[in-house]
Design a protein around this ligand. Structure first.
Ligand code: SF4
Length: 120
């Protein structure tokens, strides 16, 4: 494993390291938590067990059944799908005030209406 070049500063930040492990003392040494989001600082070269782990609440598949994205933690979208990212960029602010369960329902409806398959 090697530290991702774009996460070197996150990994080396001692204050961030202390705040991450103050809240999550059993977290992986490569994990960092900042502004309500978690980051794997070795994401590009993370071990196979991490690649296989389904750390998502909502799985989003495209029309061919390929993984398009995941909703992780309460409302974090992880995706490389440009259409999915655009949908979230354009519409997710409309859902911000919803309670979590209503947010999930609204996001699932939004994704299905855009042609995605959603698994929870
Ligand atoms: S994905 Fe694996 S290597 Fe990365 S932070 Fe999580 S447990 Fe650590």
């Amino acid at each position: 494993m090697t530290i991702d070049p774009d996460k070197t500063a996150l990994f080396l930040d001692k204050d961030l390291e202390m705040s991450t492990f103050a809240v999550r003392p059993e977290a992986c040494p490569f994990f960092r938590f900042i502004e309500k989001k978690g980051y794997c600082s070795v994401h590009a070269t993370r071990p196979g067990i991490c690649r296989d782990y389904g750390c998502w609440r909502i799985l989003i598949l495209d029309s061919r059944g390929r993984r398009a994205g995941r909703i992780m933690e309460s409302r974090h979208l992880s995706s490389d799908d440009p259409i999915l990212l655009a949908i979230f960029a354009e519409r997710s602010h409309l859902l911000e005030k919803l309670p979590d369960s209503d947010w999930d329902d609204a996001v699932i409806r939004m994704l299905r209406s855009a042609g995605y398959v959603v698994r929870t």
